[in-house]
Write a protein that binds this ligand. Structure first.
Ligand SMILES: [Zn+2]
Length: 251
């Protein structure tokens, strides 16, 4: 059941008997040359689409934009930043809270959104409500360790192959040319550098460390549509099982 497809009397009826809402959260940002800017928006949207026929929980529209300042130098990336994302998600959850929502599940596609979403969860907690963030790509690593991947690597590329043939351009798949700071300071992620086996956190524009925009140990050329289909279905089923348990939580 989609919030945008029901009328207010149906919403009123829903919240008389239910208190949960699923909301997708994403980002429009560079994922390397070979895969679409909307990866972090389209993947959670697809997982929710797979869940829809198998759940009675109300689904609110997925938030397409997120917080991704470090990718902002790549054309097409749209960054709301922490403050705006936090403000928007606060308004959405406050509105739904007013109508009776108490449990929120954020099906999240982008790690940069976590800080704002965690604060929203904390705010909900203070009001006797609750929010949970399900980061689909880290869930996938638990479902099958072979699926573990980075940003725009095999994992996300496989997910996008399963969503649409036009979303991945295999002819643009290439190495990411990650730049290290010095011989001993290796770039290990968008926000981390390794020194003697320990990761030191940092934040820099990704364009300074890669001329491509993907990062990870899972080269995009390893992605297959079958991998993506299996992974998206696995995430959807896990989320459906989680929802049944989440329903039992007494606030
Ligand atoms: Zn992503």
């Amino acid at each position: 059941m989609r919030l945008e497809r029901i009328n207010w009397t149906q919403a009123e009826e829903y919240f008389k008997h239910n208190d949960m809402v699923i909301i997708g959260t994403g980002s429009i940002e560079c994922h390397g040359k070979h895969v679409a800017l909307g990866t972090d928006f389209l993947v959670p949207s697809k997982i929710i689409e797979l869940m829809e026929p198998r759940t009675d929980v109300l689904i609110a529209p997925t938030m397409p934009y997120g917080s991704c300042e470090y990718l902002g130098d790549f054309p097409g990336t749209v960054n709301l930043g922490y403050d705006v994302l936090y403000a928007v998600m606060t308004k959405i959850t406050e509105s739904l809270y007013k109508h009776g929502a108490r449990k929120f599940l954020f099906m999240n596609g982008h790690g940069g959104n976590n800080a704002a979403l965690e604060q929203v969860c904390m705010d909900l907690d203070k009001k006797g409500a609750m929010g949970c963030i399900l980061n689909w790509w880290t869930l996938a690593w638990v479902l099958d360790p072979a699926w573990k991947g980075g940003h725009g690597g095999g994992e996300e590329t496989a997910a996008m192959m399963a969503i649409g043939d036009d979303l991945v351009d295999t002819s643009l798949m290439c190495d990411n040319n990650i730049q290290h700071l010095t011989e001993n300071l290796k770039t290990t992620g968008f926000g981390s550098i390794d020194f003697r086996g320990f990761n030191i956190l940092t934040r820099r524009s990704v364009r300074k460390m890669s001329d491509n925009g993907w990062i990870g140990i899972d080269h995009p050329t390893t992605a297959t549509k079958e991998w993506g289909q299996k992974m998206l279905e696995g995430c959807a089923q896990y989320a459906l099982d989680f929802i049944e348990e989440y329903k039992k939580v007494e606030l």
